[in-house]
Design a protein around this ligand. Structure first.
Ligand code: ADP
Ligand code: MG
Length: 339
């Protein structure tokens, strides 16, 4: 009972600039489990292929050795199982089980945050597996050091192997993914239709798949071949909803106007308070009102690092509780951006 999803394979994974490193690392691990990189730590936003890649390694390991005990589970499941084991006085069995596997794949470890007992158990399991040369693959929605409520010793151990980011796919990769998914469903997807979808759906691969499914459903339903017109019709609601979303541009213009500074100041390296504070406010608004990832938001503010954005969000959150000026500003800006 390994819980691996059969079609999350390397063969079904489309390579692009955004996932190249993660894919290469996963391939290495599949070839030299317990040896190449242990643990392999993949992080990045939702729907970017972390779970898929993790299963791809598991499936590959299973293929080269059908006897191998590969265990995949979500971190919430690890927590739940542990709690149950404690209640049933079966914690020794729990420990034995997880230490006996050949590879342990734990998804979305951000859910370990603030679960002290689980972290404790996982820490020991981690050490035992590492010692035994058993492979671990972990995923997380953010860089390990940025998980609040996670013990330092775990954060540091997560970095002992290899830590790689999975980024949102660029346009070409989005097109390639759509073409691949279409051909898997034995569907004729004309390149201009694929392009249209890829241009409009930019957030992540899961959304892309969702959009394609809609298109396919309406092609089947209307018995029409897929073309740009059909795509436009079938995605009309989805795109209308998306257009209502606030753009980064709009946020930057509105914030600059509000604070009577230039948009260019927001992108600049200037650090004086009169510019730095509005910049942080704009970043926090971008995080709250758009689906853009932290790296994308950082990029749009003159190529800043995602950690800068994260810091800005925290700072503004804190200031909104302690400074009534910032609280007012933020509320006013929110209102004018969303009404
Ligand atoms: P995450 O775990 O990062 O949230 P998933 O691995 O669940 O993302 O991916 C979401 C969906 O997108 C899955 O159906 C997965 O198969 C698909 N997907 C993601 N990246 C790719 C890719 N590069 N090629 C093909 N399919 C992909
Ligand atoms: Mg996932």
């Amino acid at each position: 009972q390994h819980n691996l999803v059969a079609n999350y394979t390397f063969r079904n994974f489309v390579e692009g600039k955004s996932n190249q490193l993660a894919l290469a690392a996963a391939n290495q691990v599949a070839e030299n489990p317990g040896d190449a990189y242990n643990p392999l730590f993949l992080y990045g936003g939702v729907g970017l292929g972390k779970t898929h890649l993790m299963h791809a390694v598991g499936n590959a390991l299973k293929e080269s050795n059908p006897e191998a005990r590969i265990v995949y589970l979500h971190s919430e499941r690890f927590v739940a199982d542990m709690v149950k084991a404690l209640q049933l006085n079966a914690i020794t069995d729990f420990k034995r089980y997880y230490r006996s596997v050949d590879a342990l794949l734990i998804d979305d470890i951000q859910f370990f945050a603030k679960k002290d007992r689980s972290q404790e158990e996982f820490f020991h399991t981690f050490n035992a597996l590492l010692e035994g040369g058993q492979q671990m693959i972990l995923t997380c929605d953010r860089y390990p050091k940025e998980i609040d409520g996670l013990e330092e010793r775990l954060k540091s151990r997560f970095g002992w192997g290899l830590t790689v980011a999975v980024e949102p796919p660029d346009l070409e990769t989005r097109v390639a993914i759509l073409m691949k998914k279409a051909s898997q469903s034995q569907l004729e997807l004309p390149p201009d239709a694929a392009f249209f979808i890829a241009q409009r759906i930019r957030s992540n691969v899961r959304e892309l798949e969702g959009a394609l499914k809609r298109v396919i459903a309406s092609a089947n339903f209307t018995r029409r071949a897929i073309d740009v017109d059909l795509v436009k019709e079938s995605l009309k609601d989805l795109l209308a909803l998306q257009d209502k979303q606030v753009s980064l541009d709009n946020i930057q213009r509105t914030v600059a106007e509000y604070y009577k500074i230039k948009v260019a100041d927001l992108m600049s390296r200037r650090r004086s308070r009169s510019v730095a504070r509005p910049r942080q406010v704009a970043m926090a608004l971008a995080k709250e009102l758009t689906n853009h990832s932290l790296p994308e938001i950082g990029d749009s503010f003159g190529g800043r690092d995602h950690t800068t954005v994260l810091h800005a969000c925290r700072k503004i959150k804190e200031l909104r509780e302690t400074s009534s000026d910032i609280h007012e500003d933020y509320k006013n800006l929110l209102r004018s951006l969303t009404t």
